[in-house]
Structures are given as C-alpha cells and as structure tokens.
Design a protein around this ligand. Structure first.
Ligand code: XBP
Ligand code: MG
Length: 246
C-alpha cells in the first residue's frame, strides 16, 4: 500500500457491531444517571423528600418526572417545574439551592443503602476495558458528590483510580445537551473524538456527545426508553448485550 496514504484518504473501518465499536475505542466515556445505574428513580424520590421537608405540596410522580427529565440538572429542573405552575410563591435561586442540598443529601442516603446496583454488563465492561488497556472517563450532568456516592457503593472507595477523567455538571458552563462536558473530557484525555465512544441513555446525552463529534452507544433506560436515538451508532437494551466484547 502506498505509504503516503493518510488516514483521511484511508478511512477507518466501520465497526460491524456495538462490540467492535467498544473494543476499537481508545477510551470509553460513560454517562452516569440511567447509564451506569437506574438512579433517576432515586433522584425522583429524593426530590419529593426535599419538597416535603420544605413544606412544598409538590410531589413528582413518574410521569411528571419523565417529562421534567428533559431539563438536565436538578436545580434547573426545580426551576422549570416552578415556572410551569400557574400559581406559586416566589422561589429564589437560594431557595432552590437549599432544596437541592436537601435532595442531594437524601439521594446519597438512598444510594448508600445499596438499593441501586450498577446496570447489567457495566461491571464486566469496565473490567474488560481495563484489561484491554482502554482509558475510562465519566461525563455527566450530575454532581461529583452524586457520582462518588453511587460508585463508592458499587465499586469501592478507590473507584476513581480507574478513571482518567471525571467531568460533572458543575465543572462546565452549560449542561447537556450542550457538548461542554464531553469537550472537557476529550481535552483532559487529550484524545480525538473519533477515537472514543460515549455510552449514554438519553436524547440529551446523545445530542451532547454527537455535538462533540463522539460516536455514541445507547443503552436504553427506564425513563428514556422511547427517546429518538436515530443518530446513535448502536442502541442496546443494556450493556450485557455486548457479550464477549466486555
Ligand atoms: C442526569 C441529570 C441529573 C440527574 C439529577 O445526569 O440530568 O440532573 O437527573 O442529578 P446524566 P442532580 O444522565 O448526565 O448523568 O440533581 O445532581 O442534577
Ligand atoms: Mg443519563
């Protein structure tokens, strides 16, 4: 083959399936909520706990929460709900921050019970990627505290040692579907977008990673199972479908 052929002239092979896409990536970039674990049900319960504690008669059922999940970020979600109410007492940013602190503390308590295990195939994929020498990263809208609460429970207190980059919602100016968390993750990894794979569960996550130029593997989750994932490379029900690629 003519040695002067550049990579651009000699396009990379198109992976046959999700397993090959995963195996061939230099780094796997994981979303957290809904992807690593079905945490949104616990977030929902924690929000309702905070509302009760603050004397608000708000209670988000699953249908309401599913709709509110289109808004990424817990504080932004509270604000979005408040703005939808025709009649409501004023709610300052400080009120929302106080509500969110109570919610976050309750979420950590719920996660600490061990009631929210990692989804099928996640532990095996992390181990297989590590064995293959692939780099691991996290790009999420939630907070570092919530990531640590979930993964120290599921993977042990030294879980962060296996990740080369951990980027949370508060680390960037704009949350998903803006590409900020993924662009910051790529910068910290010092890798090209096309050499990585983003593993996501929501349309907002797919848009965010796609805007950063990263190929996306979707794992359908509880609240986003009927989202449109047309731009994803592959869509799985869960990561256990990767089989031997793990
Ligand atoms: C999901 C989110 C977060 C969580 C709640 O993040 O949008 O807002 O719903 O966590 P991702 P906070 O799927 O990107 O992991 O209340 O801490 O925002
Ligand atoms: Mg998610």
């Amino acid at each position: 083959m003519n040695a002067s052929i550049t990579r651009a002239e000699f396009p990379a092979r198109v992976p046959r399936d999700a397993a090959e896409l995963i195996r061939s990536a230099a780094a796997l970039i994981f979303d957290v909520d809904g992807t690593l674990a079905e945490t949104e049900e616990l977030h929902r319960q924690a929000f309702n706990h905070a509302f009760t504690r603050h004397g608000l008669d708000w209670q988000w059922d699953r249908a309401v929460y599913k709709d509110l999940l289109r808004v990424t970020g817990g504080k932004e979600r509270i604000r979005a709900h408040h703005e939808r109410l025709r009649i409501a007492a004023p709610l300052s940013d400080e009120d929302i921050a106080a509500l969110h602190r109570v919610k976050t503390a309750q979420y950590a308590e719920l996660v600490a019970t061990g009631c929210c295990p990692l989804r099928p195939g996640v532990t095996e994929l992390l181990a297989a990627a590590k064995a293959r020498g692939q780099r691991l990263a996290i790009a999420t809208t939630t907070s570092h505290g919530n990531i640590d609460a979930l993964l120290s429970q599921a993977l042990g207190t030294r879980w962060a040692a296996d990740f080369d980059a951990i980027v949370a919602g508060d680390d960037v100016r704009q949350k998903k579907p803006a590409p900020d968390v993924y662009l910051e993750t790529l910068a910290r990894l010092n890798l090209e977008a096309s050499d990585c794979v983003a593993i996501e569960d929501s349309a907002n996550g797919l848009i965010a990673a796609s805007r950063a130029g990263i190929p996306v593997l979707i794992t359908r989750s509880m609240f986003f199972s009927d989202d449109d994932f047309g731009d994803a490379r592959f869509v799985l029900d869960d990561l256990s479908e990767l089989g031997a690629a793990k």
